[in-house]
Design a protein around this ligand. Structure first.
Ligand code: PDD
Length: 281
């Protein structure tokens, strides 16, 4: 695999980042995941815009222009022959040459930019979309700025492990009795034809797929309510699903061992997945 590090395209074995990089020592970095379908980037502009926002919220300079970022994404997709898969992008506050809590001067310490691809043949035709996934609930113990897409993914990773240990596929976070989101996706329920998903705030990541799916749902005259919902409400819903750049629209058929609706993927999630993939291709 050819990866990108600070302007260079290198075989992955030759790509190196310093032990003093703040991304490594302090999780001081942000990332984006853009999916690739039919060799094309999906919603690159949305991901680039959120990246700029994440960097600004952390007082980090953007070390690469929008144009160069897009060119590098395309170059990696081409060089690695990606038809279906994703491009991962990470920008950290760089390597100040030592460990220090004080932010380094961006003039002398530029950010570290890393990009790589993951090939995922069959991503769009995922069998999980036909069976649906099972989730468990766990308390949301992440930091309170989940709207910034930082690389602090230990707790979500622990949530994923707890889900697998429980025989499920993923976890939904719950805070103050309400579902925030999934470990790496936004959460939705459907009741009496209405799509319900938590409103945007610093409690959740503002999903790029979420924005697209809500736009398509509105265009298809589906009813949408942006508000918080409880786990009990989700278990009693007609349908549940999640969205992300890599899962697209993925039905959820079981929550903490309780079947949602008939316990099979519902028509609203199915229709939204279809529309999303059609519009993206
Ligand atoms: N995760 N919420 C969280 C906590 C996420 O990590 C993600 C994305 C989403 C969905 O955002 P989007 O639709 O922009 O992908 C919501 C990516 C895919 C990941 O960590 O791999």
């Amino acid at each position: 695999r050819i990866v990108y590090v600070n302007g260079d395209y290198l075989p992955e074995e030759e790509a190196k980042v310093s032990v003093f990089d703040r991304g490594f020592l302090m999780a001081d970095g942000v990332y984006e995941v853009t999916s690739v379908l039919g060799g094309k980037l999906i919603d690159f502009d949305g991901h680039a815009a959120r990246l700029a926002r994440s960097l600004a919220e952390l007082d980090m300079a953007q070390p690469i222009s929008h144009e160069d970022l897009l060119a590098a994404h395309r170059e990696l997709v081409a060089r690695n022959g990606i038809e279906e898969g994703l491009v991962y992008l990470q920008i950290t506050r760089g390597n100040p040459g030592d460990r220090d809590f004080v932010f380094p001067d961006p003039e002398t310490t530029p950010g570290t930019v890393v990009m790589f691809t993951q090939s995922k043949p069959g991503l769009a035709a995922s069998p999980a979309a036909k069976t649906g996934i099972k989730v468990i609930s766990i308390p949301d113990q992440r930091w309170a700025r989940r709207d910034i897409k930082t690389v602090q993914l230990l707790y979500p990773s622990m949530g994923k492990m707890a889900a697998l240990a429980a025989g499920a596929d993923d976890a939904w976070f719950v805070e103050d009795g309400k579902v925030t989101e999934g470990t790496s996706n936004n959460a939705y329920i459907v009741k009496d034809g209405k799509i319900i998903t938590r409103e945007r705030s610093s409690d959740i990541l503002h999903g790029i797929t979420r924005a697209a799916v809500l736009r398509y749902a509105a265009e298809a005259q589906m009813e949408i309510e942006e508000r918080r919902f409880t786990l009990e409400e989700a278990q009693a819903a007609d349908e549940a699903f999640v969205t992300s750049a890599t899962a697209f629209v993925m039905p959820v058929v079981e929550i903490d061992g309780v079947k949602v609706g008939a316990g099979t993927p519902g028509p609203v999630a199915g229709r939204l997945r279809e529309i999303y993939l059609e519009e993206s291709l």
